[in-house]
Design a protein around this ligand. Structure first.
Ligand SMILES: Nc1ncnc2c1ncn2[C@@H]1O[C@H](COP(=O)(O)OP(=O)(O)O)[C@@H](O)[C@H]1O
Ligand SMILES: [Mg+2]
Length: 509
């Protein structure tokens, strides 16, 4: 268990929260002090000390300060004690500069974040003290020292440790947030999306329109644009136009003056004002009421506006990112969305392709998600089996990355094996994808051979049936029907034409 070599370079690594305190001087052995009172609310200490007289003096002192003290004479028993005990402080004697004692300090500081350690040394040089600090001790004391002085060291060590623990906790939360905002994907389209995101950092007031099916990562990309442009320096505020009643969107965005309408008891700043110096994310922009679309267009022109019921013109500097999963071009043609606003918004368009069109991105994203969720749920899961990978590649992912994410998290939770396999997953979309021939045989059970028509014609009749069903389910909208079949609109038209020709009839109207 001992560390063989401890190099001085390692020992001198900077540890900002450690304090290299001067050794104490001997005075007033059992004097009760204010410090004693200050530490009296603290509870437990581990004392590792080979000299029984010294141990007894320190133990008595700490007990008078309301500590429950466990005394052990050597590092071996100390390891046993820390594996079961939960100490506020461990006072560890570095007897003769043995590496085992240093290792004990290192073990405690790495694994028992709640426990502050203090090293005590005999006549050794301060180099040993420096090593103890490098291993994670909060401070070190040279013997002999007065237990009274120990009180001061204990109090400070525990306080420093609390700060370090808090900083560690915050860093872990930030890391988790950063991880959950990571965009994974190496497909050509996703790489070009990442390039666009990076290039937007130099144009902080360019308006961006993100298009893509639900779950393709629009929010994620909006956040990435914000992070690349403003980072923590500016606010990021999102307004979901579909989630707010139409009549409230204007005051939500632009705020209102006191008395502007019944119930406006106080002037309120809107999201536009609150986003000054950062990003305003308008999610589901297609749901914005047409009346307000004109106001938004005017705002986008010079970023100036009035609060509802106000006369003062206010001005902000921010980036607007709009997002939609609707076919806005088609809405423009129907007159359901203002053409001028659409052009204004789509100056910098980003289209996120559905997951089924991103090649092996689904596999890269699943590997990343397995790791993330395994960590979150404390599971030892190494990845997914080739069989499950095949299913992932065959599936049409109607819910895109969001669906993949939910599926992986569920699988990680229920799995008790190191590799996620097909039995651990349940697909939300229409049924499970087929990668072997077993169920296709069932589907072909009622075909009699030899075929009555040519092979290609026979197949075309099956395609026709499939296409007609998709068109029916899509309410006659061919673009949606193509989506239901997991092919592009262009491919859909080609199939339709071929099927028409082979069946000698219109497959779908
Ligand atoms: N490329 C990606 N890599 C990793 N996670 C992703 C990716 N795309 C989307 N996600 C995750 O999938 C979920 C859905 O993404 P979101 O941005 O909310 O989609 P949308 O806004 O398009 O509906 C989020 O939890 C997001 O973090
Ligand atoms: Mg979204």
């Amino acid at each position: 268990m001992c560390i063989d070599r401890l190099s001085l370079e390692f020992a001198l690594e900077p540890r900002p929260l450690n304090q290299f305190l001067a050794p104490a001087t001997v005075h007033g052995f059992f004097k009760t002090s204010r410090l004693q009172m200050a530490i009296s609310t603290l509870k437990s200490a581990l004392l590792v000390e080979s000299d029984s007289a010294q141990a007894s003096a320190v133990k008595t002192y700490l007990e008078r300060c309301d500590f429950a003290v466990d005394h052990v004479p050597d590092h071996a028993r100390a390891f046993e004690a820390v594996s079961t005990g939960n100490y506020d402080v461990a006072i560890v004697e570095l007897a003769g500069g043995k590496a085992c004692d240093l290792e004990l300090i290192q073990y405690i500081s790495r694994n028992l974040i709640k426990t502050a350690t203090i090293a005590t040394t005999g006549s050794e040089t301060s180099k040993l003290g420096a090593l103890a600090l490098a291993m994670g001790a909060r401070t070190f004391l040279m013997k002999p020292f007065a237990p009274d002085d120990l009180g001061e060291y204990v109090r400070r060590a525990i306080e420093d440790n609390k700060h370090a623990e808090e900083a560690f906790r915050l860093a872990r939360i930030r890391e988790q947030e950063r991880q959950s905002r990571k965009i994974v994907g190496f497909s050509v389209t996703m790489r070009s999306v990442m390039e666009l995101v990076a290039s937007l950092a130099d144009a902080p007031d360019t308006t961006v329109l993100i298009k893509g099916e639900s779950g393709t990562g629009k929010d994620l990309v909006a956040n990435a644009i914000h992070d690349a442009t403003f980072g923590e320096r500016g606010p990021f505020n999102a307004v979901n136009c579909a989630a707010i009643p139409a009549e409230l969107i204007e005051s939500e965005l632009f705020g209102y003056e006191k008395g502007a309408f019944t119930g406006a008891f106080q002037t309120k700043r809107g999201t536009v004002e609150l986003s000054d110096g950062g990003t305003l994310y308008l999610d589901e922009i297609a749901e914005m009421p047409t009346g307000l679309q004109a106001k938004l267009l005017r705002f986008l022109d010079d970023k100036s506006f009035r609060r509802v019921g106000g006369s003062t013109v206010l001005k902000v500097s921010l980036r607007v990112i709009a997002a939609t999963n609707r076919n806005v071009e088609e809405m423009v043609q129907r007159g359901a969305f203002r053409r001028d606003l659409y052009f204004r918004l789509s100056g910098f368009p980003i289209t996120l392709p559905p997951l089924r069109e991103r090649g092996s991105d689904a596999l890269d994203i699943s590997r990343y998600l397995v790791e993330r969720f395994a960590k979150r749920h404390g599971k030892q899961i190494r990845g997914i089996t080739p069989q499950l990978e095949q299913l992932f590649l065959a599936y049409h992912w109607p819910g895109n990355v969001r669906e993949l994410q939910n599926l992986i998290e569920r699988a990680v939770i229920i799995s008790d094996q190191p590799w996620l396999d097909t039995q651990h997953v349940r697909f939300d979309g229409a049924g499970r994808p087929e990668i072997d021939g077993s169920s296709k045989q069932d589907a072909l059970a009622d075909i009699s051979l030899p075929l009555g028509r040519s092979y290609l014609k026979e197949i075309a009749f099956y395609e026709k049936e499939l296409i007609e069903r998709a068109i029916r389910e899509a309410g006659g909208v061919k673009t949606t029907a193509a989506k239901l079949l997991g092919i592009s609109r262009h491919a859909f038209d080609r199939v339709l034409k071929r099927v028409d020709r082979l069946t000698g009839d219109r497959a779908a109207v």
